[in-house]
Design a protein around this ligand. Sequence first.
Ligand code: BGC
Length: 896
Amino acid sequence: MAAAIHPRQLRVEYRENPLGIDVAAPRFSWLAAAANPKARGLRQTAYRILVASSERSLRAGSGDLWDSGKVASADSAQIVYAGKPLVSGEAAFWKVQVWDQRGKPGEWSTPAEWSMGILRPEDWQAAWIGRDEPDASQPPDRRLPARYLRTEFPVGKAVRRAVVYYSGLGTSELYLNGTKVGDHVLSPGLTDYDRRVLYVTFDVTRQLVRGKNAIGLILGNGRFYAPRAERTRSFGFPKAILRLDVEYQDGSRAAVVSGPEWKLSTHGPIVANNEYDGEEYDASHEFAGWDRAGFDDSAWEAAHIVAAPAGVLAAQMANPLRVVETLHPVSVKLLQPGVWIFDMGQNMVGWCRLHVAGPKGARVVLRHAETLSPDGSLYVANLRTARATDVYTLKGDRAEVWEPRFTYHGFRYLELTGWPNDSAPTTAALEGRVVHDDMQAVADFSSSSNMLNQIHRNVFWGIRGNYRSIPTDCPQRDERQGWLGDRSQVSRSESYMFDIAAFYSKWEQDLADSQRADGSIPDVAPTYWSLYNDDITWPSTFLFVPGMLYDQYGDRRVLELFYPAMKQWIEHERGYLQDGLMPKDQYADWCVPPEDPKLIHSKDPARVTNPTLIATAYYYHLLRLAARYARMLDRPADAAGYDALAEEGNAAFQKRFLKPATGVYDNATQTSSILPLFFNLAPPGNRAALLASLVNNIDHVTHGHVGTGLVGAQFLMRTLTENGRSDLAYEIATQPTYPGWGYMVSKGATTVWELWNGDTAEPSMNSGNHVMQIGDLAVWMYEYLAGIRPDPANPGFRHVLIHPYPAGDLTFVRASHQSMYGKIATSWKRDGGAFTLSVAIPPNTSATVWMPAKDAASVTESGRPTARARGVKFLRTEGDSTLFELESGDFVLRSK
Ligand code: BGC
């Protein structure tokens, strides 16, 4: 009899077959797939991993790099390589075998592979090239023309393997023999280039030809050459480093590296580019064949050897940005003679591909905006200094197709001018290219509420639109920064939309890179805007993210790696304590719904939460979190220290803010009740009064609407739901009137706004696509409405807590989550007095499920008493719920 499970989707460091990674001990993960999808109780009891230096030895069953041996373990994620040390450029091949719950061994998996990047700086043997000066013939501009680099090299023998490693700053595209290498866009990922510079790796074996070969590299400005009037750091002129390793069939090797024999031109078709203002492309400047052998580059200058960026070269380990989807405009309208307005039907992020025909020299201008003014023209006031304008100059071919490379825009509407022929443009003139980090989308939620479904969609589009290798605040105006505060709990919400494990591991490194020697963590990272305010709230993300990665993905390494830096930050902030209170707070409960529809920040003291209350509550909570991490990492003395300090903080907090007569804190805003409730700061005897005050505020002050800003919104939905008020959470979530996510929907929003009053506020800080106010909304949808929650004691969804909270008039909710252990799905419906819950638990996991039922006898599974159902075990009753333990499989539970 065959084994009941077999391994599939083999991943190394979260990716399938990654190339050019640079961790010494990579981690392996796989899914245990069921041979029979109907089976229950499937488990892995052991595994064996083989890693070989060639495909052939792997096939022959030799693990010459590592043979884990048979390991009795149910782990199928985050298994750490413990084989021979790996060297630069080394390729490794691996497979895994698993034993099922009966101890039966399965077939070996399909082989997978990975390769190492360049592990030591001296292994590059290549120079940084470019030109560290502006282009004399061009006026100084914040948008240099793109720099084109090229070289040729011979290949005289049959090639076994060719791998290219390169970094082109700010952003670059590589071409080999006339074809683009890979499909990354806006590559490499953003970092603080003074600390770290990412390179990417591609296998180009199949792109090489016998004889002469040519490499072409285009450099855009990105965030490296980024002069802007205000604040923004700029690092220097665009530059690149490249190494191409060729291994011949006969075992000999050769390398092509960037150096002084490369040629450079600044007179190519990309005449201007940057991320904010747009790209200008003159097709009549194209160098036909520049990226093929034999091109006459005698008019090009020699590339200069330039100073290396100060940062260390590191492999890009997260998924690249790609064009992930193409949208078609829903309409095009003539606004006035020669001015056309296109509507993409969705506030999206990326750019447009243009289809046009006309005479050489004709200029088509595309301007982008999120909304329209009442007269139908583009509304660009909220873009601030971002010009968001792409220009294409035709070369005069019969049909020209163009899209920019080194810019991106946040937009729903486009203004097209300069259409070069008599017939009007149709919607076919443009395609919307949706661009972001290409992570697996896992979002899957629907319910009986159309409003909730549309809100979920807006959240999804808002989140995807703010991935630009860092999580940004917004994608449209002249900002687009990695603001820490915007992501504190939103990152947990995001984990239900995309597989963000590698992405957030990378950003955590960015945060650590931004830490000052004294321990200070800034509010923005990478620090393109340098803001070291020593706040608690914004930098708290530095502590929240590792916990999120641990709970959601079972990732311990990020915690281990950054624990010392977190500890240092806590110590640093500790120096600011005054009588146990933490006075450091810059932004307070950022952007609460203001009293006047034009205002950005409320001036009403009754809406504003005391900043010291916020910072002290947060600091207390972070100490508890740090104590948890310290215990996990076996540092009991640290944990005891954090706990003791938390006790002191708690006492000071009560003394300063608690109103003993009423049990509320300070001025009793929603946020000043939410934080003590969620952080468990409120003494048990006070919780009821505090909750009553929060509910009273929602009922009578904000009339069933949200009354928080960024800070309160991170915990709002969970606080209400966990305290028995899922009805109120639902009411707030779906309100069609101001303020709330539903209000945005009722105003036609297709993303989430920066401001609750985003339709009326003045434009200086009013983005139509911000994630910060999403807070824990998506956490609530997936973990509470659908009831799919990780179990911190068995992280990465290895054991799942299934606890749906039916709310309001919802008659059904259906959702799933694709976890490290496979897809977990729930679907419940209410009809009459009955509650039916369908659950899918993937192999090698188990779940505790809460059913609304007074005892086990009132619950059936697939029509049978639960006592007789396979894979179902009664645990206990808890209030109005009856708890069961489920093994893997599909179940239908029903209670009356
Ligand atoms: C950003 C926010 C950020 C805030 C903090 C704004 O300009 O867009 O997302 O958190 O500033 O000051």
